[in-house]
Write a protein that binds this ligand. Structure first.
Ligand code: C5P
Length: 220
């Protein structure tokens, strides 16, 4: 079974409004993208890593990646799902792990749990329980959502490559924010495995502070 990791790094969002997209900025000695690539490439069950970048980001990406072996860089699109679809047409393998570059730290146990869950299934994703109260809101607070029935869904997300390609081909909705949504809509059973707070996405300044703490404390 060939396992290919596809890291989507084509976003334009930057840390605190700077010029350089956040995936190319550094945490400690290396870029966010390099952390994500290393976390997946160093796993013994991952055979290859490919990276999707934005148009015009080649120089930034090459600098951020250094000598890491990721094959030819794949050019993504306007939405995250466009970038994933560009990746799906370019990669090979039996199983694909679709991962956000903006989640630089991926504990190896999570990858093991995802791949172990594959017996008898076409898809597995990491999830975490929700600690806060959840409620609908349109500015004014609406009804509460029972948090015991809700989870936070992270990446990497694991799929049989051909199944995910078929699922995207039949997707007719708006740009989805992850692949589990697309897979479920096409009738694929998506198994949920335990995620990890280390996988939380870098979005706010507090997320960066936490990531720098993880790095300095050698928790990754
Ligand atoms: O912005 P968002 O949180 O959705 O980004 C999640 C991941 O998707 C990031 O790693 C980002 O670089 C990537 N992305 C992408 N192509 C886009 C938008 C986001 O590869 N058009």
């Amino acid at each position: 079974m060939i396992v290919t990791a596809l890291i989507v790094a084509a976003g334009s969002g930057s840390r605190l409004g700077g010029d350089v997209p956040k995936q190319f900025q550094r945490i400690g000695a290396k870029s966010v993208l390099a952390h994500a690539v290393d976390a997946l490439a160093s796993h013994p069950r991952v055979n290859q890593v490919r990276v999707v970048i934005g148009k015009g980001q080649e120089a930034l990406a090459r600098e951020a990646l250094g000598q890491r072996e990721v094959g030819e860089l794949i050019v993504g699109g306007v939405e995250r799902s466009d970038s994933v679809c560009a990746g799906l047409t370019a990669v090979e393998g039996d199983v694909i792990l679709v991962h956000d570059a903006a989640r630089p730290f991926c504990p190896p146990d999570v990858i093991d749990r995802l791949l172990d869950a594959f017996a008898g299934h076409d898809a597995a994703v990491p999830v975490l329980a929700v600690a806060d109260t959840l409620a609908r809101s349109d500015g004014k607070l609406g009804e509460a959502i029972d948090r015991r029935n809700a989870v936070r869904v992270q990446t990497p997300q694991a799929f049989r490559l051909d199944a995910l390609r078929r699922a995207y081909a039949s997707w007719a909705g708006e740009a989805p924010t992850d692949e589990a949504t697309v897979a479920r809509a096409s009738g694929i059973d998506v198994v949920a495995v335990e995620g990890d707070v280390m996988l939380d996405k870098l979005t706010t300044a507090a997320d960066w502070a936490r990531a720098e703490f993880f790095q300095e404390a050698r928790m990754i």
